[in-house]
Design a protein around this ligand. Structure first.
Ligand code: HEC
Length: 333
């Protein structure tokens, strides 16, 4: 009788044991799933943050969507948004992924000496901290949450704001042009400036002195300083003319008039034509800027235009070091 009870107890214990092992297994499986989900959520957040950093700092060279010169030859940066860069992540090749991430972290931190790729880390004179750089590396190597699409949305928004500001600048330049009573013919204004400047004997002799010093290879600095000092007077005079013709502030106009009246008649003539040239050029420049921006926007290109070559040392790289470094890290580029 007691033997039967013992058997039942043993059976119950075995069942319990099996159940608890099974539930532990099930929980581990469930927990792994949760962990993977949490990890992908973190990656997505990191990549989304990077999309904003990218739109603000990188797209002028690498393109709004990160496809760089692959999508448009006018972009100087190579494609970052490419299947090559996400392959290791998607195939779960940890070793390859880490290698690629190390390389990209180094490139973004230090830039590439002798190429337009600038250093971004604050230590190297850039504007990004390690966290932002890591997020950019995540964006480039995972495209988690399709963050490249978010980068494009940010780009469109930023460019709309820029174009809006350019409209405002053009309106202001147009208002100044209208108020001045001049017209927007830059060539005609240039001709008028050249004709009247020929009458300014002092300006001509200062310019000749610079040319002579250049040829003689000495005294150039002094000659240039003397010309610059004389030109400074013209800068003030041109502003006075613009104020007289376009301002509606009577005190400012009165001040400008007395400055203008103190100049010689030749200087007055030159200043008037230079003021015309300035107002006409400002208007044309505002018009051209807006036109170029709208064309680029319509073509899906970033509105800012790329900066120039970086020649400074970046993390102490020289161009030769860089070539060595790249050949020893020939993972992706
Ligand atoms: C002024 C232009 C310019 C800007 C701005 C710029 N880059 Fe670059 N970037 C380049 C060029 C050019 C290269 C290729 C350098 C070379 O010839 O090796 C490059 C290379 C890279 C590479 C290496 C790509 C590869 O396949 O080896 C990465 C990663 C990179 N840039 C990320 C960024 C990030 C992130 C930003 C913004 C924080 C940025 N770049 C901003 C021009 C730029």
């Amino acid at each position: 009788m007691s033997g039967q009870n013992t058997e039942k107890q043993i059976l119950a214990m075995v069942i319990l044991l099996v159940l608890s092992v099974a539930s532990l297994g099930a929980y581990t499986w469930f927990d792994n799933g949760r962990r993977t989900e949490a990890r992908s959520e973190i990656l997505t957040k990191d990549a989304e943050r990077a999309a904003w950093t990218f739109a603000n700092n990188c797209r002028e060279c690498h393109g709004n969507d990160g496809r760089g010169s692959e999508s448009d030859a006018s972009l100087v940066g190579p494609a970052l948004n490419t299947p090559n860069n996400t392959y290791a992540f998607l195939t779960d090749n940890q070793g390859q992924l880490e290698g690629l991430q190390t390389e990209f972290r180094y490139t973004i931190t230090c830039g590439r000496n002798g190429t337009p790729m600038p250093p971004w880390s604050i230590d190297q004179g850039g504007s990004l901290d390690g966290f932002k750089i890591d997020n950019l590396v995540t964006l480039i190597t995972t495209n988690a949450g399709n963050a490249w699409e978010t980068a494009v949305e940010h780009a469109v928004h930023l460019d709309e704001v820029t174009i809006g500001n350019m409209h405002i600048a053009l309106d202001a330049a147009e208002a100044t042009l209208k108020a001045s009573g001049w017209f927007a013919d830059v060539q005609a204004a240039e001709g008028a400036v050249a004709r009247t400047e020929a009458g300014d004997a002092e300006l001509s002799s200062l310019r000749e002195a610079v040319a002579a010093a250049e040829e003689a290879g000495e005294g150039l600095q002094e000659a240039q300083d003397a010309l610059a000092a004389y030109e400074k007077g013209y800068t003030a005079l041109v502003l006075a003319v613009v104020t007289i013709r376009t301002s509606d502030d009577s005190t400012a106009i009165a001040d400008a008039r007395s400055a203008f009246n103190a100049a010689s008649s030749v200087q007055q003539e030159v200043a008037i034509n230079r003021a015309w040239l300035k107002v006409a050029s400002d208007y044309r420049a505002a018009e051209n800027n807006l036109e170029t921006a709208e064309e680029r926007f319509a073509a899906g290109l970033p509105v800012p235009t790329p900066a120039t070559q970086v020649t400074s040392n970046t993390c102490g790289q020289t161009s030769a070091d860089l070539a060595d470094w790249l050949s020893s890290h020939s993972g992706s580029s």
